[in-house]
Design a protein around this ligand. Structure first.
Ligand code: HEM
Length: 556
């Protein structure tokens, strides 16, 4: 019995030793792993791959210790370590050599290190907002730049409809799955076109013209409160960081019309916990946004590795939603179009919708408003002209309701020009090409490639806008020759994924800019050029504008 058992064990032991010491096998396994990983969307599967590796190498160590020739822990470590070094060396070399020299994107120009790894984005972000780095790459390499191993950044008006129209074969890239495991799928992160179409119908009603009319009195109240608070500071001669105040305002509006919740930030002159966590997460998100597999891993650590603010934000958003579910309001709010009163619990996807409503509905509007104010300070003649127009409509009023602001085309020109030079989603939106690839102009873009159309660079391209860096609102009315191709203006995107909140954003921005100018002359604080708004901006998919200190002088 004993000798019969000993034989197979001995055989296994010999084979195991051959296996562990066979260099060719480990090199082959490394190359095969590369083939497997690149054959599917592996971006968000590293939480499975990493433990699988750890388990495999630990088990190998145990087998080596119990049946192999290694006698001590050190010998086991050396044998398993050599095999692992061969395996990972082959895997990494295979990936890098393929990406650098044989990848289907090799024909496209771009920095060499961007070919090798998306970690290149960390280098770009360390020098300033990511979109500025991408802009520099386009200045250097032209309209199509390889910004990652499997990624192109494309500044071409033809790409817009090819990638974003209702009939486009491109779809949202794997980037949108970054936090799917923790909070479900929102309208924004829905990659399934049928599901997106279905849920979009409810969102369209929630933010359509008739709902917006219904929310107007509430939006007006927040506008009045903002102007009151700013007036108090202005009479004391205090400078205000307008970037903070636009955030308080847009956050309060979403709290109120989104969830019938009083966030109270304008009244308190400070962020609530929800906004604090969202903004505390900004620096990490600005780094991880372009290496979403890494963000996904960090998020899975819960509160570890700096993920705490992101997790806190999700939990706060959930609290707001739960509170709203338990306390249904009398008046309709945005979430009332999305929640089914028959549901006892909150479905995971509604939680994701709540989070996106807060994130997409606040920073975007707040940052655009901040940059608009920055441009009005830089261009006092435009500010004066707009003030005159606002005054004409206002007459004796000291506050204009949203519905009063209908006959102010110059205001919309100013806002559009702000959106052109400072689009809130500067780097654009990631779309993956279908397996057969697609053609943009005369260029064939291969299949399964992630593409971005960087709005910041597109909107500043001399191909599409004359004197592109000049803030000239009249290009949208009396100087149409300054808009060479109006289709290149896409601050809210186009197609089925066009921003569902664009009309709300426009109403908020009209209200704040008109009432701000009606009540104050706005200038940079003495000795300050306002550039902190650009220098300290963070590209977190939507941009967070940096601080902007302004002096407000009461008009009356
Ligand atoms: C100036 C303000 C805003 C700008 C520039 C802006 C821009 C955009 C852009 C470019 C997208 C496309 C994103 C993508 O496909 O990944 C988008 C989508 C979206 N936006 Fe906005 N946005 C603004 C304000 C708002 C507001 C106030 C809300 C209100 C809740 C909102 C809610 C959304 C949602 C839910 C989506 C996803 C739409 C979909 O995929 O069907 N946005 N926005």
């Amino acid at each position: 019995m004993t000798s019969a058992n000993a034989q197979p064990l001995q055989l296994f032991s010999m084979q195991w030793t051959d296996f562990m010491h066979n260099k060719q096998i480990w090199i082959a396994l490394g190359v095969i792993t590369h083939q497997i990983i690149s054959s599917y969307e592996s971006d968000h599967t590293f939480h499975i791959i990493l433990p699988a590796w750890a388990l495999f190498w630990t088990s190998s160590g145990v087998v080596e210790y119990t049946t192999g020739p290694s006698q001590s822990a050190l010998e086991v470590l050396s044998t398993v370590g050599s095999s692992a070094a061969l395996y990972f060396g082959a895997l990494i070399s295979s990936i890098l050599i393929y990406r650098a020299f044989f990848h289907r994107l090799c024909q496209f120009p771009g920095p060499f290190f961007a070919r090798l790894s998306k970690l290149y984005a960390l280098n770009v972000t360390s020098k300033g907002p990511y979109y500025e780095g991408v802009d520099r790459l386009h200045q250097k390499y032209g309209s199509i730049v390889r910004t990652g191993p499997q990624e192109l950044s494309i500044v071409d008006v033809d790409a817009i409809s090819v990638l974003n129209s209702g009939t486009s074969k491109a779809k949202k890239s794997a980037w949108y799955d970054h936090s799917r495991f923790i909070e479900g799928v929102s309208l924004h992160t829905a990659r399934d076109k049928t599901y997106h179409r279905e849920i979009r119908k409810s969102w369209d009603k929630a933010l359509g013209a008739s709902s917006l009319r219904h929310y107007s009195p509430r939006i007006n109240r927040h506008g009045t409160q903002l102007i009151d608070q700013l007036a108090r500071r202005a009479t004391k001669g205090e400078a205000v960081n307008i970037s903070d105040w636009t955030n308080y305002y847009s956050g309060d509006v979403i709290g109120d019309i989104g969830f019938s919740n009083d966030f109270g930030m304008v009244a308190a002159g400070g962020r609530n916990e929800l906004m604090k966590s969202m903004h505390d997460a900004g620096p990490l998100i600005s780094y991880l946004n372009h290496i979403s597999w890494c963000g996904n891993l960090i998020l899975r650590t819960g509160n570890g590795l700096g993920a705490k603010p992101m997790v806190d934000f999700m939990q706060w958003a959930y609290k707001v939603l739960r509170h709203r579910k338990k306390n249904p309001p009398e008046e309709r709010d945005i979430i009332s179009w999305l929640l089914d009163p028959k549901d006892e619990d909150i479905p995971l996807n509604r939680n994701a919708d709540a989070r996106v409503m807060i994130a997409a509905g606040t920073d975007t509007t707040a940052s655009t408003l901040t940059w608009l104010i920055y441009e009005l300070c830089r261009n006092p003649q435009i500010q004066s002209r707009l003030y005159k127009d606002v005054l004409r409509v206002a007459g004796d009023k000291i506050f204009l309701d949203i519905d009063d602001i209908v006959d102010l085309p110059y205001l919309d020109d100013v806002i559009n020009e702000g959106l052109r030079l400072h689009p809130a989603v500067c780097t654009g939106v990631p779309r993956v090409t279908p397996p057969e690839g697609l053609k943009i102009g005369n260029t064939m873009i291969p299949g399964n490639v992630n593409t971005w159309i960087p709005m910041y660079t597109l909107h500043r391209s001399p191909k599409y806008f004359a004197e592109p860096l000049v803030f000239e609102p009249e290009r949208w009315s009396s100087k149409p020759e300054m808009v060479i191709n109006k289709h290149a203006f896409i601050p809210f995107l186009t197609g089925p994924h066009k921003c569902v909140g664009w009309q709300l954003a426009m109403r908020e921005m009209r209200s704040v800019v008109a009432n701000l100018l009606l009540n104050f002359q706005v200038d940079f604080v003495e000795g300050d050029d306002g550039e902190s708004v650009n220098r300290q901006a963070m590209d977190c998919f939507a941009v967070q504008a940096g601080p902007l200190n302004v002096k407000l002088t009461m008009r009356k």
